[in-house]
Design a protein around this ligand. Structure first.
Ligand code: NAP
Length: 253
């Protein structure tokens, strides 16, 4: 076993195809519930540039992000990210659909939007390729819930706040064990605090952002969790693609 002070050369020079990239993110058993969070950050820890993550993204990040959506049974995202990033007209492209169907997956993974307030526009959800889920609480406003039920399947998981343990279990029980968490920082904080994060794919974008941008997680209390490095990939522009998995489960990958 290598000493942890050993340091290795990162750039091997091998260029990966989409198939090789997909294989490098594959899990051992797709039927087991698995929550993969995916974020991009600047080198100095900013999760946004001028209010969205898009300004931090690089070509390599966009490519892997699209491939990870391709591997997902369901895409989980907080309502703040939906509102800020404008999640509309969401559909995987033809290549992704062809790959998914030839690998026994549904053509399009549904989106699952997490919201307590239900401040979500039904018209926006109606533009998605598949009927989305809205994951909400017992105390969510009844009128907003009724409007959303016309375009989405509304699932209650929690009283005042969505319980992400219940969210993960409920989606897995409905046939969506492979869950791609796209943030944002508030939802990710709850997921870390409730111990449901199995993996973090973190892109480090080769830039310093400065300013007062938020981190990828926004919580009042620290809830540390050890993670193991599964791989590091890099692109010519200096983008780093880090894959970490829950420490106790690293041996399965
Ligand atoms: N760097 C990246 O990779 C990345 C990724 C994603 C987002 N972002 C950025 O993050 C910012 C948005 O941050 P955010 O913290 O607002 O994102 P968020 O976590 O997506 O949204 C927070 C909202 O989601 C709902 N929510 C989250 N957790 C909940 C829970 N446990 N129970 C019930 N509702 C829950 C609530 O919606 P309601 O208010 O409707 O109740 C809450 O106000 C944007 O600027 C976005 O660009 C960056």
């Amino acid at each position: 076993m290598a000493a942890s002070s050993e340091i290795h050369v990162l750039q091997s020079g091998n260029v990966l195809t989409d198939e090789q990239l997909l294989a490098s993110y594959a899990v051992a058993d797709r039927t087991m519930p698995w929550l993969r969070a995916n974020f991009v950050s600047s080198i100095d820890g900013a999760a946004t540039h001028e209010g969205t993550s898009g300004g931090l993204g690089t070509e390599a990040d966009g490519r892997v992000f699209a491939l990870l959506r391709r591997l997902a049974d369901v895409i989980v995202v907080g309502a703040g990210t939906v509102r800020q990033e404008g999640y509309r007209n969401l559909a995987l492209d033809d290549d992704a659909v062809a790959w998914r169907t030839s690998n026994g997956l549904s053509a399009q993974p549904p989106f699952a939007l997490v919201s307590a307030s239900l401040r979500i526009e039904p018209d926006d959800l109606a533009t998605y390729a598949t009927r989305p889920f809205v994951i909400t609480t017992q105390s969510a406003p009844a009128e907003a819930r009724a409007r959303l039920e016309a375009v989405a399947e509304v699932i209650v998981a929690g009283d005042e706040q969505v319980d992400t343990v219940e969210l993960k279990r409920t989606l897995a029980e409905r046939g969506y064990p492979q869950q791609h968490g796209e943030g944002g920082p508030t939802l990710f904080a709850t997921m870390i605090g409730q111990g449901v994060v199995d993996e973090l794919c973190l892109t480090v974008s080769p830039r310093l952002e400065g300013g007062s941008a938020r981190r990828i997680v926004d919580a009042a209390e620290a809830t540390p969790q050890a993670m193991s490095l599964a791989h590091v990939l890099s692109a010519a522009d200096g983008t780093l693609l880090l894959r970490y998995v829950r420490a106790s489960q690293n041996s399965e990958h």
